[in-house]
Write a protein that binds this ligand. Structure first.
Ligand code: ADP
Ligand code: MG
Length: 579
């Protein structure tokens, strides 16, 4: 069998994309709706079938309880979400998005695919990375390599400019995550110098400031409104999103306040937002973008003046206030050399080609760094006092990977036969302020006097996964663990059960997906109309729904045409091919 295609996937908080590297270049693959962006939204239909992407996004307006979005924010945590009464983890929801992209790639390439490079925010921690690998597994994909999103964007930039020598900043603000990465391109070698960010900060937070402000101005609070008027809030979010985007183009925009059923119309109350008000509301968020940017520069030991280019990635960098901040931070007008939505997926496909030793990239080399400090808990001695809870770094942040580092620890008591090694990640000197990654129990030690040496070896691989080994030089004993998951490692049975659960869920048939999108769109649109037009749309919609479930292609095509015609006669633009 010929080699598998080199697939790269950008699994975003808001949007996901899949790209393939073939004939010497990367290219994006379109989904069933002929779009390259697939919203990272999952819906569960009454039939038990799963909708991913655009149709699920429309479904959210009429049945928010069946739909989940932005679950990437919960990767690496134990949190689960209820979807139509069933419980799903972020890993499971992500696996459904991956399965949908995999299917789109298979439809495009005309063959099955089982391997891919998947991107994560540079600032993702070990648990979040491991969760991403697991999501791939559940989707039937072997994740060949996890790479950092800004690194992928830099690869796309560097792919076309291999001969140049430059120092770059990639400023990546997506829907839910923020990464800033400093790197150098020198004769085809792409070297990441420093990375920093926040894994819970993105464009959605900017939308949320508009939502909260709109609710406050109408005498509500978000918490209460979400409980009492969920349809209003769901629709208000969509309205605020539009207003936010409008403010990327114009000085003012407005938000219509939906009624309790989530409807808006010509009589809806309207609130004005201008650029100044938005900037004031967003100020705390802009502040949070500043700190990691300065830290990444400092870690790369570079001053702003030494940066040649600032590259903007992520949809939220379309906001003028964010562009102005980036310009100010790096004393340089940002460039729009790479497409902010597409660069990451294309870079992932280039990485897949690198992994496969593709000829077309044989002159490119890339090195990356680990974004966080990794270490263990130690006890400090202050005279005769022993104080627990201190953090001893083993691998410092922004060390070039892959890397292996050793530090020694010693038994504290005579006759001590067990040592438990607690592994943490973070920058604080106290473990309580860092993230616990797991523990390694070293037992069966010979009962010797205190001070027996145990060497801890940390190995951080190219995927950003950490292996911890403990070696007892005196006896030659060796213990090892790979940090994979919070809490208990899943057993083989648990993994099987998770796989079975996901396989029992069927993605909605791809060839009919477009029809589902129209159904969800028209259902949401219906609610906006006055009585007369509503009745007209409802008639055509009923007909459409009827033929959707029959086996009569001609009748269905007719009903579909009629429905689109009615929608268009009402000025509702349902586009066959988005973008
Ligand atoms: P992710 O990689 O997290 O999936 P994207 O890079 O697709 O995210 O960016 C999504 C974010 O970009 C959303 O918060 C969206 O509101 C925002 N966004 C997209 N277009 C615009 C625009 N024109 N103006 C402001 N924000 C935008
Ligand atoms: Mg992204």
């Amino acid at each position: 069998m010929s080699q598998q295609p080199h697939l790269g996937i950008d699994l975003g908080t808001t949007n996901s994309l899949v790209a393939v590297f073939e004939h010497g270049a990367p290219r994006l693959i379109r989904n069933a709706h002929r779009a390259v962006l697939t919203p990272s939204v999952v819906g569960l239909l009454e039939s038990g079938e799963v909708l991913v992407g655009e149709p699920a996004r429309h479904l959210a307006l009429t049945a928010p309880e069946r739909v989940c979005a932005a679950f990437k924010r919960w990767m690496g945590t134990d949190r689960s979400v209820q979807l139509a009464g069933r419980s799903f983890s972020a890993i499971e929801l992500s696996s459904l998005v991956l399965a949908s992209l995999k299917r789109d790639a298979e439809a495009d390439l005309g063959r099955s695919v089982t391997k891919a490079v998947v991107t994560v925010p540079a600032y993702f921690n070990q648990l979040q990375r491991a969760a991403t690998v697991r999501a791939g597994e559940l989707a039937g994909l072997t994740v060949e390599r996890i790479i950092n999103e800004p690194t992928a964007a830099a690869l796309t930039y560097g792919f076309h400019r291999r001969e140049q020598n430059q120092r770059l900043v990639v400023f990546d603000l997506g829907g839910g995550t923020f990464d800033v990465t400093v790197l150098e391109i020198f004769e085809g070698v792409l070297e990441i110098k420093g990375a920093a960010g926040e894994s819970r900060l993105g464009g959605e937070d900017f939308t949320e400031t508009l939502v909260s402000d709109a609710l406050a101005r109408t005498g509500r609070t978000l918490e209460l409104a979400e409980l009492r008027e969920p349809l209003l809030v769901a629709r208000l979010r969509a309205e605020a999103e539009l207003a936010k985007r409008a403010l990327s183009e114009a000085r003012t925009s407005s938000v219509r306040i939906p009624d309790a059923q989530g409807r808006v119309g010509p009589d809806s109350p309207t609130l004005e937002f201008d650029a100044a008000r938005f900037e004031a509301l967003a100020q705390p968020l802009l502040e949070r973008l500043r700190r990691p940017s300065l830290r990444a520069l400092a870690d790369a030991r570079l001053a702003p003046a030494q940066i040649d280019e600032v590259i903007l990635v992520g949809g939220a960098t379309r906001m003028p206030i964010v562009q102005a901040l980036a310009a100010q931070l790096f004393s340089r007008a940002p460039r729009h050399e790479v497409h902010p939505d597409e660069a990451v997926a294309l870079g992932a496909a280039i990485q897949a080609a690198l992994v496969a030793d593709d000829q077309a990239v044989s002159d490119m080399v890339m090195t990356d760094v680990c974004p966080h400090t990794l270490g263990v808990e130690i006890t400090k001695e202050f005279g005769s006092r022993h104080v627990e809870g201190y953090f001893m770094p083993v691998i410092h942040r922004n060390t070039t990977i892959p890397v292996s580092r050793e530090e020694s620890v010693f038994t504290r008591h005579d006759g001590q036969t067990t040592v438990s090694v607690h592994v943490f990640q973070g920058e604080s000197r106290l473990v309580s302020e860092n993230l616990a990654l797991g523990k390694l129990i070293v037992d069966g030690l010979p009962p010797l006097p205190r001070g027996l040496e145990i060497i801890l070896r940390f190995t951080y691989d190219l995927n950003g996964l950490l292996e911890v080994e403990a070696i007892v030089p005196k006896t030659g004993q060796r213990y090892a663990t790979v940090i994979k998951q919070s809490g208990a490692q899943p057993t083989k049975e648990q993994l099987q059960a998770a796989l079975a659960k996901m396989q029992a869920l069927k993605l909605y048939p791809r060839e009919k997906l477009e029809n589902q999108r129209l159904l969800a769109f028209a259902t949401a649109a219906l609610r906006e109309l006055d009585a007369e037009r509503r009745a007209e749309l409802e008639r055509t919609l009923d007909l459409y729904e009827h033929w959707l479930n029959q086996n009569d292609a001609a009748a269905f095509a007719y009903a579909r045409g009629a429905l689109i015609e009615v929608l268009e006669s009402f000025g509702l633009s349902y586009r066959e091919e988005p973008q």
